[in-house]
Design a binder for this molecule. Structure first.
Ligand code: SF4
Ligand code: SF4
Length: 305
């Protein structure tokens, strides 16, 4: 069985990527199973998705604890302990990271274990689509290539899954074209059969339930959201072009996380430790005084700028 675990941020399309991979495998006659898991349902929050592919019926369910392949859609997740990107990987695991850095450069910044391969999917998407957005088809194609699926299956799976989401035929075609370019471009690593520890039978555990006030103590405690520095969630950061700003306060009003404050002369100041990079302020600014700049790669420098 191939066990593939995707890690990304809300809005990047890892759930759809896992579905594309599962659908492509199914089209080639394999059994396939895919499922996502969300924590906070917020744009930019860490999201995981799982795809299992096998010739035999798949009886294992739930999270993938020991993946053969890990696909990371956003390098900033590597250093986010809550994302648990490196859980259960060993020297046999293939790790794909969406990054403009080559494996040696990335390893120098992050000490990643496993067998590493990279490709700058975000850069390719910006170049080919001309805008930021979901890279689900690209991630699905790269994962398909790494587990050894055929191009035709990936192409058809992209059409099915993006079609189900209501994308126009022209957009689906563009996604297929760029995804297959990524399929060809990703440096391939063979996934070793039998990687990961053998499964052992486990007894079912019956959980006991605590009253909500005890079970949600961290949620009901006041004023602790400042401790979670969501600045590490960003792929793109909003940057002010002061000369274009007319001081209308719209960015302040629309920021869902309340991380924009205004100066006495009506200019926004962004708290980059907590700005999660949703780009709503960029979208809402009437004068294009806020622009999106791509974050430094590796997830290590978001604070430094
Ligand atoms: S929305 Fe744009 S123009 Fe208005 S205050 Fe914010 S940056 Fe300035
Ligand atoms: S400052 Fe802009 S990008 Fe950052 S959280 Fe607020 S709306 Fe989103």
């Amino acid at each position: 069985m191939q066990a593939v675990r995707f890690h990304g941020r809300g809005g990047q399309g890892v759930k759809t990527a896992s579905r594309i991979l599962g659908a492509a495998a199914f089209l080639e006659g394999f059994r396939a199973q895919d499922s996502p898991i969300y924590g906070a349902e917020r744009r930019g929050a860490p999201v995981s998705a799982f795809t299992r592919i096998a010739k035999e019926p798949i009886r294992e369910r739930g999270l993938i604890a020991h993946p053969n392949l890990v696909v990371v859609a956003d390098a900033s997740l590597i250093q986010d302990p809550a994302a648990r990107v490196l859980d259960g990987i060993d020297d046999c695991t293939v790790l794909f990271v969406n990054s403009p850095l080559n494996p040696d450069q990335l390893r120098a910044q992050t000490s990643l274990p496993g067998r590493l391969t990279t490709l700058d999917l975000t850069g390719i998407a910006l170049q080919q689509f001309g805008k930021r957005g979901a890279i689900s088809a690209l991630l699905g194609a790269v994962a398909g290539r790494l587990v050894g699926l055929r191009q035709e299956s990936i192409r058809e799976a992209i059409a099915r899954e993006l079609g189900d989401l209501g994308l126009a035929a022209s957009a689906i075609e563009r996604n297929q074209k760029v995804a297959l370019q990524c399929y060809d471009a990703v440096p391939v690593m063979t996934i070793e059969k039998g990687a990961g520890p053998a499964l052992v039978a486990a007894h079912l555990h019956v959980p006991t339930y605590e009253p909500p006030t005890r079970g949600s103590a961290r949620i009901s405690a006041s004023a602790n959201s400042v401790l979670r520095e969501t600045g590490g969630w960003r792929t793109f950061r909003p940057v002010l072009v002061p000369d274009k700003c007319n001081g209308c306060w719209l960015c302040f009003a629309f920021c869902p996380d309340g991380v924009i404050s205004m100066t006495k002369d009506d200019k926004p100041v962004i708290d980059y430790d907590h700005c999660k990079g949703c780009q709503i302020c960029v979208h809402e600014c009437p004068t294009e005084a806020l622009v999106a700049e791509r974050e430094k790669e590796g997830g290590v420098a978001w604070r430094a700028k």
